[in-house]
Ligand binder design. Structure first.
Ligand code: DGY
Length: 427
């Protein structure tokens, strides 16, 4: 891509961010996702920081203003009523002053805050905002280990596929079979009115998503009860890698900001997590796998969730093996990184998290590979990401075989990641 193309794409990315910016938070895209989503916002702040640092801090602070008293940061904040999305606050019924969902999402906040802090031009502003966020993010990390790892195994479970952010991954299929559907209230989906139903989760999956929401709602959203009461408890290596990376980043930030207790607690969490992650490694697949906590067995599904641990700082030999696997996948797809192994018959090129490529995943995977010295594969992923944008614009996700844009259009976090990639290339 030449400099003039890059500059056009950069300007276009800022336009997308600004058009989805509602002042103190950004919606992922108009129509399909009209509220504030947790990990979308944290990654979006990275893009915003290149043209407005204060606005970037606000994005994350708005999210944390809706942290629950127990420490959880919810996956959606329903700031303003909008009936274009289902399930809305009337279904969740979490009883929060500003309605929120009752589950969480991948904890990328610490990573984003450290990155914002370290490259901030306005250092005074950065110290002020990072210092205020530090104990809140620490409380969220503590919440994870207390509520999602109640037996101290070192890894946290997700209790709902929406928590992983990879809603309909093949990873959940088997465990999801155990989630009943009887007794769910009648409902009308709105997502399939905004996006092609063939690119979205199926009705059977939605029935189970809702059964879990109703089940947790009946338990009063009491996080001390949900883990053991959930028929779905899956340990996602990608989710845990994000948390581990977050703990390491928060520890480093806390050291800089003179908070040794927070630093020590998070360093210990990261070490414990990395050691436990080893138990999810599969020699057969050359990557990590999910673990079904209810049966104690690894799930035979080679998804991007098992590639993402490179972002968490896994050992060099593991990262190398994963990098080789990505190169192998590159032989079967035009664009990296497919969210599921294209050689697996369950791969679906256009269906959300069952095959499509996502720029946020590419960003985190490339970041981890770069840090560990796998620079060639990291560079390949970045080039592939920018080629996708040049060909297909700022979509939610892309068919990795053809590059066809899928899901929602003019997508905030895609634009934010493009800004990050272009700025990194400048350095
Ligand atoms: C959705 O509604 O598709 C979201 O991914 C749930 O957060």
């Amino acid at each position: 891509m030449n400099a003039s193309e890059a500059s056009k794409i950069y300007d276009h990315a800022i336009e997308v961010l600004q058009e989805n910016d509602l002042g103190t938070y950004t919606v992922p895209t108009r129509g399909l996702y009209p509220f504030q989503w947790n990990w979308d916002s944290c990654l979006t702040a990275l893009g915003q920081s290149h043209y407005d640092e204060a606005r970037a801090w606000t994005e994350i602070e708005t999210l944390f203003a809706h942290q629950w008293p127990d420490g959880m940061v919810p996956h959606i904040v329903f700031h303003v009523w909008n009936d274009g999305y289902f399930p809305g606050p009337d279904v969740w019924q979490t009883g929060r002053p500003t309605p929120t969902s009752g589950i969480t999402q991948p904890p990328v906040a610490a990573f984003a805050v450290r990155r914002l802090f370290e490259r901030a031009k306005d250092k005074e502003l950065a110290v002020r905002h990072a210092s205020a966020l530090l104990p809140k993010i620490d409380a969220w990390h503590r919440w994870f280990y207390a509520n999602r790892d109640p037996h101290g195994e070192g890894l946290v479970a997700i209790l709902h596929p929406w928590e992983s952010g990879r809603d309909n991954s093949v990873d959940w299929d088997e465990a999801f079979e155990r989630v009943p559907t009887a007794g769910i209230d009648p409902y009308t989906r709105r997502d399939t009115q905004h996006a092609d139903p063939a690119h979205r989760p199926t009705k059977e999956q939605y029935d189970r998503y809702l059964w879990l929401v109703q089940h947790f709602r009946a338990l009063g959203w009491d996080n001390s009860k949900l883990h053991d009461a959930s028929p779905f408890q899956v340990i996602d290596p990608g989710f845990n890698a994000i948390l581990i990376r977050g703990c390491s980043d928060l520890a480093a930030l806390a050291e800089t900001l003179g908070e040794p207790e927070i630093a020590q607690a998070n360093r210990a969490r990261a070490e414990m997590g990395l050691a436990a992650l080893e138990g999810l490694w599969s020699d057969q697949h050359g990557q990590y796998l999910c673990l079904d906590r209810t049966t104690g067995t690894l799930i035979d599904s080679a998804s991007i969730g098992g590639i993402l641990p490179v972002f968490g700082g896994v050992p060099k030999d593991r990262a190398h093996e994963i990098a080789r696997g990505i190169e192998r996948q590159a032989g079967g797809v035009r664009f990296l990184v497919p969210s599921h192994d294209p050689a697996d018959p369950r791969f679906e090129a256009k269906r959300y998290w069952r095959g499509p490529a996502w720029l946020v995943m590419n960003y985190m995977i490339a970041d981890g590979l770069q840090a560990i010295g796998e620079t060639e594969v990291a560079g390949h992923i970045v080039r592939s990401s920018l080629e996708l944008i040049a060909q297909s614009g700022f979509a939610e996700y892309y068919d990795p075989l053809t590059g066809e844009p899928c899901g929602g259009g003019r997508f905030t976090w895609t634009a934010a990641m493009v800004i990050e990639f272009l700025k990194q290339a400048e350095r």
